[in-house]
Design a protein around this ligand. Sequence first.
Ligand code: MG
Length: 86
Amino acid sequence: MIIDLSGKVLKSDKYAPVDINQALDHVIEECGEVIAAYGKMRRFGAASSNPELPESQRETNGDALLRELGDLWNTLVKLREFMDEI
Ligand SMILES: [Mg+2]
């Protein structure tokens, strides 16, 4: 379960990795998402957002990058938990 600093539950354990290999796969997947978000921010600007999305789902490219960095951080925390079991 992923919880933000206010205590709000962000994600369930439904797709949580069950072993170190899945945890590492998840880290790599999130690395790709960070790279994609960084590329969009560099191409279109941090304050820009995807005009193809409905207004209610839009976020700025800068916010998207921060969100993806947070996702990456959470996968690293999970990977660390599996590494501590070794
Ligand atoms: Mg992500």
